[in-house]
Design a protein around this ligand. Structure first.
Ligand code: ATP
Length: 237
């Protein structure tokens, strides 16, 4: 198992009764790499992410995080990555600073006050420092959620449709911040999306999934060239 892979998924399957949500998916995510999972509603993207998060048990297949088997040594696998998900809503009755403080304490972040101030500055949250998260707009809440995810410098970042409720300019801003995170080399990113133009802008590699299977894999900027954008759009019908 190469250590340059932060995530390695082999033959992953999830079945609910007669429904096969994920049907034998294999892929890797390397450090500094942003990998997109692109596909229509019901393709199995969220189910895949939830299995990697450890909140859903696979029917079969394996997930290794930096070479550690998630099924066998879950605590160790999670500890290695400091992994983070951005989609969980933050407690709305706590201020931005209180939220970062609570999660920082849970994660055991060293020099927490200093780290919180760095993140508040990095995500342009100065104005909202003492504002309750529940009253922030969805774009502002996403910035807080990202700052929270970055608290303990994750080595694997899982983003499930992170731009779904954002306006185009906030979405662009989020993509730039995630690119920055990847470029810094701290970790790898797995990103789900419906939008192939977004994936083309932000991802180094894309996996096109439909009915729980990977149909195509490659550089999103050359894939459409090879196969024709129209063909990709037809896959989603
Ligand atoms: P979307 O883009 O709409 O979020 P998705 O690609 O994330 O879709 P999933 O949420 O992973 O898709 O769902 C994949 C399939 O598994 C769907 O057909 C869904 O109905 C089914 N499914 C998911 N969870 C369950 C469950 N708990 N019980 C039964 N079927 C489920």
């Amino acid at each position: 198992e190469s250590i340059s892979k932060v995530l390695s998924v082999q033959g992953l399957r999830k079945q609910y009764g007669a429904t096969v949500a994920v049907d034998g998916i294999s892929f890797d995510v390397g450090r500094k790499e942003i990998v997109g999972l692109l596909g229509p509603n019901g393709a199995g993207k969220t189910t895949t992410i939830n299995m990697v998060l450890g909140v859903l048990e696979p029917s079969s297949g394996s997930i290794h995080i930096e070479g550690v088997d998630l099924a066998k040594r879950r605590a160790q696998a999670l500890e290695r990555t400091n992994f983070a998900a951005v989609y969980a809503p933050l407690p709305g009755n706590l201020t931005v600073r209180q939220n970062l403080r609570v999660f920082g304490l849970i994660y055991g972040v060293k020099e927490l006050s200093k780290r919180i101030e760095e993140l508040i500055a990095q995500f342009d949250l100065e104005r909202f420092r003492d504002v309750k998260c529940g009253v922030l707009s969805s774009g502002e809440q996403t910035r807080v959620a990202l700052a929270k995810a970055m608290l303990n410098r994750p080595r694997l970042l899982l983003l499930d449709e992170p731009t779904a409720s954002l306006d185009p300019s906030t979405a662009r801003d989020l993509r730039a911040r995630i690119r920055e995170f990847a470029t810094q080399g701290t970790g790898g990113v797995l990103w789900t999306s419906h939008n192939m133009y977004e994936v083309e802008e932000v991802c180094d590699r894309v996996l096109i999934v439909s009915h729980g299977k990977i149909l195509l894999e490659g550089d999103p900027r050359t894939l459409p060239g090879e196969h024709g954008k129209a063909t990709l759009e037809e896959l989603f019908i």
